[in-house]
Structures are given as structure tokens and as C-alpha cells.
Ligand binder design. Sequence first.
Ligand SMILES: Cc1cc2nc3c(=O)[nH]c(=O)nc-3n(C[C@H](O)[C@H](O)[C@H](O)COP(=O)(O)OP(=O)(O)OC[C@H]3O[C@@H](n4cnc5c(N)ncnc54)[C@H](O)[C@@H]3O)c2cc1C
Length: 488
Amino acid sequence: MIEHAVVIAGGGPTGLMLAGELALAGVDVAIIERRTDQDLPGRRAGGLHARTIEILDQRGIADRFLAEGNVLQIVGFNMVRLDISDFPTRHPYGLALTQNAIERLLGEWVAELGVPIHRGREVTGFAQDNGGVDVVLAQGASLRAQYLVGCDGGRSLVRKAAGIAFPGEEPSTSWLIAEASVTAEPEWGFHEDALGRHAIARLEGGERMGVVLVERQVGAEGEPTLSDIRAALIAVYRTDFGIHSPTWISRFTDATRQAAAYRDRRVLLAGDAAHVHPPIGGQGLNIGVQDAVNLGWKLAQVVNGISPDSLLDTYHAERHPVGARVLRTTMAQSALRRTDAQTKALGDTIAELLAMDEPRKHLAAELSGLGIHYDLTEGHPLLGRRMPDLDLVATHGPVRLFTLLYRGRPLLLNLGQPGGLAVDQWADRVPVVDATYAGPWELPELGAVPPPGAVLVRPDGYVAWTGDQARVGLRQALTSWFGPASGP
Ligand SMILES: Cc1cc2nc3c(=O)[nH]c(=O)nc-3n(C[C@H](O)[C@H](O)[C@H](O)COP(=O)(O)OP(=O)(O)OC[C@H]3O[C@@H](n4cnc5c(N)ncnc54)[C@H](O)[C@@H]3O)c2cc1C
């Protein structure tokens, strides 16, 4: 039987990112992907939020994405644009880029890292025991892995087979979505009626249109067809604009669900397999990629024998609350989509509040991902927050902090007396960098924070410890996150 340390079910954005993170850490990982090629019909996700761009920057691949997309202010709440150009980050914007392009670029990175992707293969079940997981594929083949990660989307077989509950809200609205050609000029933009808000947009080249239509009923069975789109157009616009030659027809709802647990022993869930919500606000792909980056280094350390298996529990502890917040803001925006007078009044009131600086910063920090705060310990405001990409001066010259994370390793940054923070018993796992930094310490939403004398940064770019050469709490932080001390 073929063996891998980790098998990932699903090579969408989450599975690809996770595979890259594991491969960087030297883990033998393989992806099993049902699709025979990377092409996605339709566009699905339309872009990346600032924190996702930062995450790619931490691995040295952000430029590939920036070169293909359009930098834009994309954070919004209920159609109110929330400008983040004043946020203290190297990327105070979002990136408009189709999911097809995002997956292609992630796929290229993963290929460079040598990860095998078994396309046209489907995970159909698994059995786990104390030593690993037997992963069953269609046509009867099977693989053995130490861990199986379900990155297999909202209908996740891995989640269902693990018996992990998926509680949440039933759909209250269903939308048809299509990309097609038309013979008559459509009514571009938004159109509101008693059903809700419909939209028709011009696609690149100007000859084709993308359309999103609220359906009369929720719960239609089967895949939608061109006749369904025609009927829905006529119901809303009294004409179908001569729609023809569709390249994508699909349906989505506002069903909102989250896995009760992101882990069952040797089986983990990430991305849409762990949480689904309507695409309002463009969050799904972004939090899936961020799940992957939270899980990747932890799983790698467990597989590589650096950390105990219990480190994996911090994955659920940190990412489940982030997912729950995203579900909350998308549900709030779903509610505000109603077109009755009371809901409009509520939306207008919220828009007024969001025109003020503090509410804008608060919500924009959350929706851009820059404000994520893992509940680690009390103390310095940096703890559990993203490490800013500082312009440091190290002993060998200027260096940008994110470049020190390119290899997916942690970092102990010593901003005090050079050589004063050696951690010999973790030297094999935690590189120490002596540097100086003269600029301000600023965090999105919070503003200026006190400059620390030293910072322990996890491979995912979140701060695990701050202090100085007195090292109070450093040993404990190193042990918790990077395993027990080696040697005497
Ligand atoms: C209309 C629409 C618009 C959206 N817009 C945005 C947006 O603007 N921004 C945003 O962030 N998100 C957006 N999303 C959400 C985004 O598309 C998803 O959150 C994202 O694709 C999740 O990535 P994933 O890798 O977790 O899952 P998926 O992309 O669903 O990938 C799962 C993969 O697993 C494979 N698979 C499934 N089952 C198996 C199996 N049993 N064995 C092997 N392989 C399997 C599938 O073929 C697929 O490739 C949108 C979604 C829709 C529908």
C-alpha cells in the first residue's frame, strides 16, 4: 500500500495551500483531487483580502498574484466600501483575481515544491486507528497516511465519514448564477424587487454577462439549466435578453454552517469542509487559505516528531472562533439584503456608523483578516496578532521581516543587545535573528503599541511571545509551540 505522512482530500485553494506549507517543512504529502484538471467552470471567488496577500508574501509568492490581479479597495459591508488604505501594512488593499487564477498560481507553487497531485481520483471513505488512517479511493485503491485532512469543500465526504456534526442555519434564499452571451443589451447593475437584489455585470471583453438572480423558491433539486436562468430573467426583467451559450450555470444559497470540531483524532478539516456561508463579502477562499496556514506548520511539527499531537488541538481552538466570526458577519449581511423598508432603514443606519473612523477600522480589520487575534495569553497587544512586516536592519544589512518567514520556520527576533538571546536548546528549530528597528510599531485598528525588546514569531506569522533579554516566559512559549528542549 502506498504511504504518505499526510494525505489531503481536495486540491482547491485550501488543499493546495496546506500542501505547500507541509512540503516547505519537508513533510511527505500528497493531494487526492477529484477533478481531472485545474479548470473551474465559472469564477467563484473574485479576490484576496489583505491578510491573505500578506500570508502569500510571508512565503515569497505574493508578487505572482499581484502581477495578475488588480489592486482595489474590496472590503465592504452591506455595499458600503470600507477603505483600508490607511492601515499599517505593506498591502493596504485587496486584490481582484479570479479563483481560477488563484488556484493555478497556488498549483504552480505546490508543483515547484514537488507535491504529488493525484487528479481524477476521489476519496470515498477512510478508517482510522491509533497509528494512522487508511484512505479509500474510488475504484478500490487505498493509501495509508499518518493524518488525513479534508479540504474537500462544503459537501465534504471526510467530514461526513468522520461523523463530525455540521450545525447551522438552513438556507433562506437561493441564487442562480450564470455566465453567458446575450443578443440584447441587458440592464447592467443592480435591480431590486420584492424577491431581493439581482445583478447583471459585463464580463471582460464586454460581450458576455455574469448574472446573479434571487430564486423564487429555496430548495430546488438538481443542477440548474439555461431554461431556469431564462425563466428567472423573465420573472425579474420581463425579458431574457436573448441569453445563450452559457459557460457556467450554478446555484448557491445562504446556508451557513460550521463543523462542530475541526479535528477527530487523525482526521482534520479545513476550508469549506469546515465552514460554509454565502459568498457575500468574499471571505470563503480567504479563510480557507488561512486555515491551511494555521494548520500546516503544526501538523508538520507533529509529523516530524518535534511537537506532541496535542499541538493540533490549538488548530480548532484558534480557527473555529475565526470561522464563527466570519459566519456572523455574512449572516448579518444576508439579513440586510432584504429589500423591505425596515431592513433598508437598518442598513442606512449601519452605513452612517461605518462612515465614522472607529467602526470602519473595527469592521475592516476583521473583514480584511488583518485584525485576527488568537487568544494566546494576556499581555502585550502583539500576542496572538499578526507580526507586522517590519523593515529591519540585521547584522548583515537591511531585511524585510516577512522574508525571514519564507521557509515556513519560526523566528526569534532579538531587538536588544546582539547575541543576548541565544536559545541553544531550540537552536535546531528556532532561528534567532539579531536586528534593530527604528520605525513605529503599529497594528491595524489598535494603532501604536509599545515596542517590544524581542518577539517570537510562529511560522504562520502570529506572535507567540514578546519580552526582552530577561526572557520571562520564553522557555514556556518555546516548549508550547516548538516542542521540548533538546539536550541537557
Ligand atoms: C458564487 C461564489 C462566489 C464566491 N466568491 C468568493 C469571493 O469573492 N471570495 C472568497 O474568498 N470566496 C468566495 N467564494 C467561496 C470560495 O469559492 C470557496 O470558499 C473556496 O473555493 C473554498 O476552497 P476549498 O479549497 O476549501 O474548497 P473547494 O474550492 O470546494 O475545493 C474542494 C476541492 O475538493 C475536491 N473534492 C471534493 N470532494 C472530493 C473527494 N471526495 N475526493 C477528492 N477530491 C474531492 C473538489 O473537486 C475541489 O477541487 C465564492 C463562492 C461562490 C459559490
